[in-house]
Design a protein around this ligand. Structure first.
Ligand SMILES: *Cc1c(COP(=O)(O)O)cnc(C)c1O
Length: 400
């Protein structure tokens, strides 16, 4: 019999009832150090006082009005994002997928409004993840995501990751945009080199294409700048964000330059919930925290400590881990054993990490992790790796 929850996830037998900073707590009081943060969502950990306050204060005032009316919180958050980025304008959504959907529609509309409706194709990359809508799975193109769901939305040229020749060959008169995650998350923490991002920018300029960056996972301070593309010294035309911006409350956005958004006039797009007063109150509180003096520098320091520790783990456990990859607090451990074993051993050691493609486990911890919490995480990962080694050596675990 089918479970009452549609069985699309293979869930671990863990269920949490409370969170405190980077800790998740089970009914019986067992505490797990959460280095996955709900897949890069709980940017400030669980139950952060400033976010709880924003939720409670706004919760008492007004949750939702629809976009039929002006929404002061939405205007304030849009202004904040515009001020902090390349963007001139923002459309709010409830998820990353919807932000991608907006970006795809915006890019296509941009050209059709300019009298070039034949220019609708979007170049994207294998191993990418942009969500689960029809457009988002077409952009990722993987067999696993599109198989059985009928005709794939046309107009995406999904190219091998890091293949410059394939990219140059794919650009044609119908190409509207390039869509890329500056760091592939689900794809296994694959970093696009800064040099490549600069070349993509140059190619887009040269061919009059739009550059769409999906910073849903790598953005919002995770790599020590507000957005990862800042390290490359470039700006996109369109950028999608979600995950961290809501700190655990569903919120996403599509940011764009005035030129890129030129086709999106009255009635061209919409959302019932997107950017409602409650979501934007929390988004503003997240932006306050991430924008506080010294916050991003602290992320870089924490990331340096974590990375150094992980390099130590790789050296100490060469039969379990192969290498560290990633940037900032978006890190991956390439595994020798199946990554599912590492995730499972993590449960045993009460530390949560998240699997990804290429046999990688991801660490996407809250950005405000303390040094002591980094060290605790490393101790627990070390214990997990030791447990895997003991199991491989067939040593019987002593009974407690
Ligand atoms: C999570 C993610 C998405 C999809 O976001 P949802 O909120 O699950 O719809 C899209 N792109 C990237 C890079 C992501 O990490």
């Amino acid at each position: 019999m089918i479970s009452s929850v549609l069985p699309t996830y293979a869930r671990a037998p863990l269920s949490f009832v409370r969170g405190e900073g980077p800790w998740l707590i089970e009914e019986g009081g067992d505490r797990y150090l959460d280095l996955g943060a709900g897949i890069a969502v709980c940017l400030l950990g669980h139950a952060h006082p400033a976010l709880v306050k924003a939720l409670e204060d706004q919760g008492r005032l007004l949750w939702h009005t629809s976009n039929l009316y002006r929404i002061p919180n939405q205007e304030a958050l849009a202004a904040r994002l515009v001020e902090a980025t390349f963007a001139d304008t923002v459309f709010f959504t409830n998820s990353g997928t919807e932000a991608i959907e907006c970006a795809v529609k915006m890019a296509r509309k941009h050209f059709s409004a300019k009298g070039e409706p034949e220019r609708f194709r979007i170049i994207s990359f294998e191993g990418s993840f942009h969500g689960r809508s029809a457009a988002a799975i077409a952009a990722a193109g993987s067999e696993k995501m599109v198989k059985g769901f009928g005709p794939v939305l046309p107009g995406f040229d999904v190219l091998p990751f890091g293949d410059r020749d394939a990219l140059l060959a794919a650009i044609g008169p119908e190409t509207a945009a390039i869509l890329i995650e500056p760091i592939q998350g689900e794809g296994g923490i694959r970093v696009v080199p800064a040099e490549t991002l600069r070349e993509l920018r140059a190619l887009c300029d040269q061919h009059g294409m739009l550059l769409i960056l999906d910073e849903i996972q790598c953005g919002l301070g995770r790599t020590g700048k507000l957005f990862h593309h800042e390290w490359a010294g470039i700006t996109p035309d369109i950028m999608t964000i979600a995950k961290g911006i809501g700190g655990g409350f569903p919120l996403g956005a599509c940011l764009a330059t005035e030129a890129a958004a030129s086709g999106m006039g009255l009635g061209t797009h919409g959302s019932t919930y997107g950017g409602n007063p409650l979501a934007c109150a929390i988004g503003l509180a997240v932006m306050d925290e991430v924008g506080a003096p010294g916050f991003l520098d602290a992320v870089s320091r924490t990331a340096g400590r974590l990375r150094q520790g992980l390099e130590g783990l790789v050296a100490a456990h060469p039969t379990v881990f192969e290498a560290v990859r990633g940037e900032g607090l978006m890190l991956g451990l390439k595994c020798v054993v199946p990554n599912t074993d590492v995730v499972g051993a993590g449960y045993g050691a009460h530390v949560l990490v998240v699997g990804a493609a290429e046999n990688v486990v991801r660490l996407l911890p809250p950005l405000n992790l303390t040094e002591a919490e980094v060290d605790e995480g490393l101790r627990r990962l070390d214990a997990a790796a030791s447990a895997i080694e003991r199991a491989a050596a067939n040593v019987v675990e002593p009974a407690e």
